[in-house]
Ligand binder design. Structure first.
Ligand code: UD1
Length: 429
């Protein structure tokens, strides 16, 4: 059954008040769930967000033979030790690109893994060359079949020197887990620096893994030669991308909004720009308060997406919505994915003045009032951005394909309603 959000927009008024807690990070918890494969006992995870991607990862692990149990609210126990099979389910794998993170731990433990090409998606082609070449460097052979890849390392993975041509987030995580179980030492170079990777590496070290250089682009991993780790409890870090989206909403429609349970230092690339744009922001240890700012005082700025600690591609879409509402011209350069500016067509339909030069570059003229419309949510982040646009627009909007929003944001309508947003989830055909 298809569901939509119907939103009664605020028509530019700034009325939202209250606190909104940030949930655990989707991009941190998915690799942590995958790590259950390299443990000798059940792994307990806390602060797990109640989102569709977590359900998909649970289903993928269960399909392989793991037992996953939601023991209480936002707490899971996953027994990955029970897994006997390393053939990943095709349908489930294709639903979520991050399924590829399972390939590293499965190959390291079972010496063989079969997975379908995760495929492109609306945000871009999303190749997997870094994964395939990395596995080959660790001694595996890659057999590309019609529908799937079969990677085999009958003698087990061996330590290798792997330089990532691009600092890929999921490739970094995959090879950290592969290196931990391999024979010998693995050097990973040009590793991505996103906090979710650091969280995974630090957690694995707390469970006995030997990883040097955490938080830097060069990691040295001494493998266990197949010996499984003993798990500790994993506590999911707050979602910095959700924090960023809430900041944008508060900056555009907030009278006095405090974003709680977050790590402000993980989203400085955005807070710094918003402060220089004129937004009144108070940053505390684990919360950010956004106070009412006269809209006419807000200024435009340019963004160029970049790997962490640069401006996150995942916050680009909501920031574009912000830029449609502030005075001046801004230039957006999306450097990571080629499909992530497509959603601007929907913003134009709502009244925004955006010129798309090519797949990576756009110019925005602001401010332009937005009008409620029926729009699609083409991916997780653009879906949320269109929801923010609907909240500030004048009139009623319907946002379709909200499965994407549910993939990454826990029951967003309840949390936004608590701030004063008029939003309903409705079921269609
Ligand atoms: C992760 C995040 C996603 C975020 C993205 C970039 C998760 C679950 N998802 O996705 O929310 O938008 O990082 O911050 O953590 N690339 C290659 N070859 C490869 C792999 C990647 O060329 O084998 C390219 C991609 O096409 C892209 C760039 O590397 O241009 C970065 O992508 P990557 O960091 O891999 O994104 P994901 O890990 O899939």
């Amino acid at each position: 059954m298809k569901e939509s959000f119907v939103v009664e927009g605020l028509g530019g008024k700034r009325t939202l008040v209250g606190e909104i807690p940030v949930r655990g990070s989707k991009n941190a918890v998915l690799p942590a769930m995958a790590s259950s494969i390299i443990f000798n006992a059940p792994l307990r995870l806390t602060n797990v967000p109640d989102i569709e991607d977590v359900y998909r990862m649970s289903e993928l692990l269960e399909h392989l033979g793991a037992k996953t149990e939601k023991v209480k609210k936002r707490e899971y126990v996953i027994n990955g030790h029970d897994i006997k099979d390393s053939v990943m389910d095709e349908v489930l794998s294709k639903k979520m690109r991050a399924s590829i993170i399972l390939s590293g731990p499965l190959l390291a433990r079972f010496k063989k893994v079969t997975f379908p090409h995760p495929g492109g998606c609306v945000i871009g082609a999303r190749p997997i060359d870094l994964f395939l070449s990395g596995f080959e460097k660790m001694g595996a052979t890659v057999d590309e079949k019609k529908e799937s890849f079969v990677i085999s390392a009958p003698k087990g993975l061996r330590g290798a020197n792997i330089f990532f041509a691009i600092p890929s987030v999921t490739a970094s995580e995959t090879f950290i887990m592969a290196g931990v179980l391999a024979k010998g030492t693995t050097f990973l170079k040009n590793v991505a620096l996103e906090p979710e990777i650091t969280a995974l590496a630090e957690f694995l070290v707390s469970c006995g893994a030997k990883i040097k250089g955490i938080g830097t682009p060069v990691l040295e991993i001494t493998g266990t030669n197949g010996k499984l780790l003993t798990p500790k409890i994993y506590k999911t870090i707050p979602d910095r991308l959700e924090t960023g989206s809430f900041l944008i909403l508060a900056a555009l429609a907030g009278k006095d909004v405090t974003i709680t349970h977050c790590h402000p230092e993980h989203i400085e690339a955005l807070t710094d720009l918003l402060i220089s744009s004129g937004v009144s922001i108070e940053i505390a240890k684990s919360s950010i308060r956004v106070k009412h700012t006269e809209k006419s005082k807000l200024k435009a700025f340019n963004i160029k997406t970049h790997e962490y600690p640069g401006f996150p591609t995942d916050v680009q879409a909501p920031t574009v919505v912000y830029l449609t509402q502030v005075k001046g011209e801004s230039f957006v350069f999306e450097t990571i994915f080629e499909g992530r500016l497509q959603f601007t067509q929907d913003l134009v339909k709502m009244g925004a003045d955006i010129k798309l030069w090519d797949a990576h570059r756009a110019t925005i003229q602001g401010p332009t009032p937005l009008k409620g419309r029926e729009v699609e949510g083409p991916d997780i982040r653009a879906g949320l951005a269109l929801l923010v646009a609907a909240i500030i627009a004048k009139g009623t909007s319907t946002i379709n394909s909200i499965y994407y929003i549910d993939r990454g944001y826990e029951r967003i309508e309840e949390r936004f309603s608590a701030l004063g947003v008029d939003i309903k989830r409705v079921s269609g055909e």
